[in-house]
Design a protein around this ligand. Sequence first.
Ligand code: KG4
Ligand code: ZN
Length: 333
Amino acid sequence: MLILGIESSCDDTAAAVVEDGVKILSNVISSQNEFHQKYGGIVPEIASRKHVELILYVIDEALKKAGITLDDPEAIAVTYKPGLVGSLLVGLSAAKAIAYARRKPLIGVNHIEAHAYANFMEHPDLEVPHLDLTVSGGHTLLVYIKSPTEHEVLGGTLDDAVGEAYDKIAKFLNLGFPGGPIIDRLAKSGDPKAIDFPRPLLNSGDYNFSFSGLKTAVTYFVREAKAQGKEIREEDLLASFQQAAVDVLVAKLLKASEEKQVSTVTLSGGVAANSLLRKTLSEKGRELGLKVVYPSLALCTDNAAIIAGLGYHLFKKGVRSGLDLSAKANLEF
Ligand code: KG4
Ligand code: ZN
């Protein structure tokens, strides 16, 4: 069964065709990074306008690459939350127009659930229940996953998402956008023990996160060093920041895995591409006998294949959205 997936929740315009929830026939992504780069972050109005310019070409390309026409998909799956409302509305309007014109079912997909689904897509034998840590530019969520469409949120960020902290620190240091991959690369040649940054909420006894204070600690450290005329090695600063963030993420995920008695943990979302996070969790997993699973880099960051993939399971479950489906900025599980 073919599903056409459409994704426009943030700054990537994406469309994909997926068969039976797992086989990717096409996965087209048009990145807007170059348009947001000079602002050091995503400008929502620019993102919406670019989506409007790109969406039809991206959908067309996805159909062509899959060798199909608009008549072939069984249903149209589209991200409707969470995200930038102006951005979401573009993909949603395109999906509704196709569904209406071709008399196909419309299926609204939760972007965060789709990130976690990436692991089911690439590991069809993935054990349930398991725990997933969804780490992206907008969210840091610890989720107990019972099936591709059933889950329980154990905790989330109280302020900045971890990807947001990466992006804001990179902006502060004029390193470029998005900051995550840049910091990941630079930190490789730094000393993670050089600066002892705080590990926020490490021992809070719950599964919530907070990265705003860590980001502020990094910026204060830089300002103070500058005021005192001290040289800081940027790689050491970044490696120390990254170590603090990864320590908290890994510790909370492992604590939850013990409490929930699961034998598999997964990573998902853009920050799941982070090399230190992957390496640290894999090492801990080996020590503790836990299976650690994460998606390939292409399925970590925003794409429409995960939307079409999860759309298939929602379709099979009988989920159908009306043409009055509206975009939602927040998660509201
Ligand atoms: O999932 P995603 O593509 O979009 C959202 O749903 O937010 O995640 C984007 C986030 C950005 O904050 C980006 O800096 C971060 O993922 N990111 C990384 C890496 N690659 C992307 N963060 C740390 N290390 C990376 N290698
Ligand atoms: Zn995302």
